[in-house]
Design a protein around this ligand. Structure first.
Ligand code: IDP
Ligand code: MG
Length: 145
């Protein structure tokens, strides 16, 4: 099934000019870019985005980090997109990510691991809606399917 998912380029990856590499890896692996924007999250927005992790010991640090600089939100489309994207992104800890994954290529630490990706279809929908309105999403549906 053709699905959409969300990639968020984390602050250090954006600051160290890894946006191009990340977009390129997505495109070369068959993901179509259907939405892209860069913004700086406030702590309030970061809390809303990561609310499922509220209460965990790393939560406050994560919120501080995610609101510390510019991020990019990228909506991608592909067959079986959510699972395929998680594979391309790799393990949470970049030192445990396989060669060929985005986190292996641009991740530095567990926190500054390059990108976020949605973990299921329902969360992908919510996360895409968190960043994008209808007119900001271009569907390739009529070109390719
Ligand atoms: P995921 O990004 O691979 O889905 P999650 O468990 O959903 O991993 O955690 C969300 C984010 O929180 C991770 O990408 C990572 O940046 C951060 N994080 C997760 N676990 C830890 C930890 O043990 N220490 C510091 N940061 C963590
Ligand atoms: Mg997650």
């Amino acid at each position: 099934m053709v699905e959409l998912s969300l990639v968020m380029v984390k602050p250090h990856a954006f600051d160290t000019k890894k946006l191009g590499i990340i977009v390129s890896m997505l495109e070369q692996n068959g993901f179509k870019i259907v939405g892209l924007k860069s913004i700086k999250l406030t702590t309030e927005l970061a809390r809303r985005f990561y609310f499922v992790h509220e209460g965990k010991e790393f939560f406050e640090r994560l919120i501080k980090y995610m609101s510390s600089g510019t991020i990019a939100a990228i909506c991608v489309q592909k067959e079986n997109c959510v699972v395929e994207l998680r594979k391309l992104v790799g393990a949470t800890d970049p030192t445990k990510s396989e060669v060929g994954t985005i986190r292996k290529a641009v991740g530095e630490t567990v926190e500054a691991n390059g990108v976020h990706s949605s973990d299921c279809i329902e969360n992908a929908r919510k996360e895409i809606r968190f960043f994008f309105s209808d007119i900001e999403l271009y569907s390739y549906q009529y070109l390719d399917y």
